[in-house]
Design a protein. Structure first.
Length: 176
């Protein structure tokens, strides 16, 4: 049986794994497993930016996926970037096996606000569904409430739903 693997990378997943597993199953119809891949975060750190290169982490995630993996999503609690952007909440291979999500800027603490674990879990679920949507072949959507809408700021993550619009749901059914 194929699974969507969730790979915690130097983060305590006990706080969010249950919510993420339920949402992934609900949207994509695949059961999940927690992966235990050997990811070397240190070699992805950019000294000049004081951030981690998400593309380099993604390369490690996809280099040796479990044999029964349909997709693998890494979750890390560091600040991610790609060279052309200041930061990213996540990165995914379009129609590929791997994606990575950063909790760092999804956490209220980053913005000098009080910790809100419930809100952090909601944001993580939205980003995971978004990145997995890319893995399955969906592109960004213009619908303001669709989870597949692009988010440049955390406020935009908060404004969108945890669900795909009817158009994206239909496209996903065709891709699954």
């Amino acid at each position: 049986m194929p699974y969507i693997y969730i790979q915690p990378i130097k983060t305590d997943h006990s706080l969010w794994i249950d919510d993420l597993e339920k949402s992934v199953y609900s949207v994509f119809g695949y059961h999940t497993k927690v992966a235990n891949l050997d990811i070397n975060l240190e070699k992805t750190f950019d000294q000049a930016r004081h951030q981690y290169n998400s593309s380099q982490i993604l390369l490690q995630i996809i280099s040796r996926p479990p044999a029964d993996a349909v997709k693998v999503v890494g979750v890390v609690n560091v600040d991610l970037f790609i060279p052309i952007l200041t930061f990213v909440f996540g990165e995914a291979q379009l129609r590929g096996i791997g994606s990575v999500i950063a909790l760092h800027r999804l956490n209220n603490i980053f913005y000098g606000l009080s910790e809100d674990r419930g809100l952090l879990k909601k944001r993580l679920v939205k980003e995971a569904i978004h990145e997995l949507g890319h893995n399955f072949g969906l592109i960004h959507c213009n619908n303001q409430s669709c989870v597949m809408r692009s988010s440049t700021y955390v406020e935009e993550v908060d404004q969108k739903s945890e669900e795909m619009c009817s158009r994206c749901q239909e496209l996903l059914r065709g891709l699954l």
